[in-house]
Design a protein around this ligand. Structure first.
Ligand code: GLP
Length: 244
């Protein structure tokens, strides 16, 4: 079942997303959260920090598994997704960092690191709730158009358009953006019991509409979510338009 929620603006969409995550944490204090990076979830993370500091939610028993990491970046690199998660969420809540997992972008043997990451996800029992953003080409994690739906964690080559979009974090210098990433595959994402995908801003309107009202095709990776039994699509008015 797909449920759509529209907030008036980015802040209210972030609040809706945070409430869904908080509900999961209250229902199951030792839940596994699949987490995402990108600019979209930052507001939801800020709201979760506020709720945690107000004593409304507790991260002490929560485990997390992040979607992806750039190849070649270590956790101390400001552009790495491990650094992002520490700074945007983990450093500000009462989570046990040993329970937080991000793929290893520095492994000598990336293929082995991919297999190990799938084992980690399986060993914590899989995600109870997987949070996702969406790229302009419909990518989730770093599953780019054309990637088959049945893959686990793997090494992905980033599309030119994704490199261009993400270069904003490198002052627009595309040459500095890593060209590869380790990402959970669509099969890993689909194994989560619930999925929460966020889309905000007018520039996401076309792709989020395609993903949920268009054909299910690897050319639009997020369209696979139409096949999942429990999906929450949360966005602002600019992105959601007439979706709900
Ligand atoms: C990156 C991440 C995705 C994210 C996407 C969109 O490519 N790997 O997980 O969904 O960016 O990011 P934003 O939310 O900044 O638009």
């Amino acid at each position: 079942m797909i449920r759509f929620y529209k907030g008036k603006n980015y802040d209210s969409a972030s609040k809706i997303a945070a409430d869904i995550i908080a509900a999961q944490m209250i229902l199951k204090p030792d839940c596994v959260l699949g987490l995402a990076t990108g600019s979209t979830p930052i507001g939801a993370y800020q709201e979760l920090i506020r709720m945690n500091q107000a004593g409304l939610i507790d991260f002490s028993e929560v485990s997390t598994c992040n979607l992806d990491e750039y190849v070649g970046l270590g956790g101390n690199d400001e552009q790495s997704y491990r650094y992002f998660m520490n700074h945007q969420l983990f450093d500000h809540v009462n989570i046990d960092k040993t329970r937080t997992h991000v793929p290893n972008g520095l492994a000598d043997d990336i293929q082995a690191a991919c297999r190990e990451y799938d084992e980690i996800v399986a060993s914590v029992g899989g995600a109870d709730l997987q949070l996702l953003g969406i790229g302009h080409d419909g990518h989730i994690g770093f599953n780019e158009p054309g990637d088959s739906f049945d893959r686990g964690t793997h090494l992905a080559d980033l599309q030119e358009s994704t490199i261009r979009a993400n270069s904003r974090f490198w002052d627009g210098d595309e040459s500095k953006v890593p060209k590869q990433a380790v990402t959970m595959g669509i099969a890993t994402v689909m194994s989560a019991r619930r999925i929460l995908i966020m889309a905000c801003g007018a520039d996401k309107r076309e792709i989020i509409t395609k993903a949920f009202h268009g054909p299910i095709t690897p050319q639009v990776p997020a369209s696979a979510l139409q096949l999942h039994p429990c999906v929450y699509v949360v966005g602002d008015e600019a992105a959601m338009g007439d979706l709900c």
